[in-house]
Design a protein around this ligand. Structure first.
Ligand SMILES: Nc1ncnc2c1ncn2[C@@H]1O[C@H](COP(=O)(O)OP(=O)(O)OP(=O)(O)O)[C@@H](O)[C@H]1O
Ligand SMILES: [Mg+2]
Length: 454
């Protein structure tokens, strides 16, 4: 039995096609991982399933009760983001829905909570759709992957690793087919040119022979006959050429590059000095005796489970810091919703608008997109704008609290590349292991209310 049937579903926003002719089915109890870059339409698809949005065309049938846990990006000051997400997932599971849709559930969860979620989902017997950029989660939970790209939805069987394998296979088969078609086309075109050249020559009189002699030598009938034959050849080859299958050139995912913009002098400088700091929240001691220095060229990752005080620690350090710094936190309140992307970024930038646009472009916010009001952006697109406000600030200290949440994989890559080239100091918090491994020069962890080097 089918839980969900998409039949040629079309959805458009502001004249732009988001989903185009989506046709897919989901069996009851199936587990799907929904992936795609920021702004590709994942949340839109979820909102179509909840009935919150209606297709512009085509048919969508959903059978059963749907529970949707939306993408979280507002800050509730009482609970950490991870704690809020856990609460919402629990509430949704308690309702025992037939179809459960989770939109980026692990963005703020530490390892322990991620594993809790995976175990919990493996005991959920309804139909499951998980929207995520978290490849670990997708590998542990999905039976098939739906990839949205360029308004199309393609389904792959298996988990994320299987998807990657199939995608690579599909890419090499397509490249092979494309290259073959190009060679075949080239050969046919050359053959047609050659026959056409010979066709002209048959009727052409050699220069040193008079017209009457030429007629005597060749005989008009014979020339006409072979000319006709050659013309027939050209016709059949042209037909073959036009019948050749049109094969699209496979798209190559472009890797993004970002140049560090801050000019630094080469002498290292201590940007942060923390000495015997006690971190407290509402009078409760969270971390005792925090001690560390941070110099330019260093990138320090602060690790630790949800609720141990990472964000509080950072905020407290910054209050006591008098130098300038760039501070990123997932607080969308600092964005001006009615203004465009570029209007939100430029006031923070000491760079030319071209540099700002290059940066936005490196994060996938390209061309006319930069003139879109921030209110209408997807979750990940908003996070990119916030992040770029900080990266474009002229400073030698960047403090980033969970910068990779909600970002697609190529944006995370762009951010990592930027930080690796950045000559200032970076203090950051992240649950994303691969990102920490790639970026950090130094790691410290909060354990038993103490910050220790690991
Ligand atoms: N009013 C609007 N005008 C123009 N574009 C819009 C409008 N509303 C939404 N969009 C665009 O629709 C696209 C799809 O948004 P959606 O939230 O579905 O993306 P997503 O795949 O969930 O992205 P993310 O990974 O960032 O959460 C985005 O590019 C967004 O900018
Ligand atoms: Mg989304």
């Amino acid at each position: 039995m089918q839980a969900i049937i998409f039949n040629k579903v079309i959805y458009t926003i502001g004249g732009r096609n988001i989903l185009n002719h989506v046709t897919q089915q989901v069996k009851v109890g199936e587990r799907i991982g929904l992936i795609g870059s920021n702004g590709s339409g994942k949340t839109t698809l979820a909102r179509l399933l909840t009935g919150n949005l209606q297709p512009d065309d085509g048919k969508l049938i959903v059978t059963g009760r749907v529970s949707y846990v939306p993408q979280l990006n507002q800050i509730d000051h009482e609970k950490s983001d991870g704690e809020q997400m856990m609460m919402r997932i629990n509430e949704a599971l308690v309702r025992q829905p037939d179809i459960l849709i989770l939109d980026e559930p692990t963005s703020n969860l530490d390892m322990q909570h991620q594993n809790w979620l995976i175990r919990r989902l493996n005991h959920f017997y309804g139909t499951l759709i998980i929207i995520s950029h978290d490849t670990y989660l997708l590998n542990k939970t999905s039976q098939s992957i739906w990839a949205i790209s360029d308004t199309k939805l393609i389904s792959y069987s298996g988990n994320y690793d299987d998807y990657l394998y199939q995608k690579n296979m599909r890419f090499s088969t397509q490249t092979h087919k494309y290259n073959n078609a190009v060679t075949q086309r080239k050969h046919l075109k050359r053959a047609i040119d050659e026959v056409q050249r010979r066709e002209k020559q048959v009727t052409k009189r050699p220069k040193n022979i008079s017209p009457s002699d030429a007629r005597l030598i060749s005989g008009k009938g014979k020339a006409l006959k072979s000319q006709k034959k050659l013309a027939q050849n050209v016709k059949s080859m042209t037909k073959r050429l036009s019948n050749l299958e049109q094969i699209d050139k496979p798209l190559v995912d472009k890797s993004l590059k970002l140049q560090a913009i801050v000019e630094q002098n080469s002498k290292p400088k201590t940007m942060l000095k923390v000495l015997n700091e006690q971190v407290t929240r509402n009078g409760r001691l969270l971390i005792k005796n925090v001690n560390f220095n941070l110099e330019t060229g260093q990138r320090l990752a602060i690790l630790g489970p949800n609720g141990t005080g990472k964000t509080t620690l950072i905020k407290q350090i910054l209050v006591n810091n008098h130098d300038s710094y760039g501070y990123f936190t997932q607080n969308l309140a600092t964005l001006i919703g009615s203004k465009t992307i570029i209007e939100n970024v430029l006031p923070y930038s000491s760079q030319t608008s071209q540099v700002a646009r290059d940066f936005l472009g490196a994060f996938g916010l390209k061309r006319d997109k930069v003139f879109q009001p921030v209110d209408t952006l997807s979750g990940g697109e908003k996070v990119k704008v916030l992040l770029l406000q900080v990266l474009l600030t002229d400073t030698r200290l960047l403090v980033l609290d969970e910068p990779t949440n909600f970002l697609d994989l190529s944006a995370i890559d762009a951010l990592a590349n930027f930080l690796l080239q950045y000559e200032g100091a970076v203090l950051f918090v992240s649950h994303y292991r691969d990102f920490v491994t790639r970026v950090a020069t130094k790691k410290m962890m909060i354990k038993d209310e103490t910050l220790i080097q690991v």
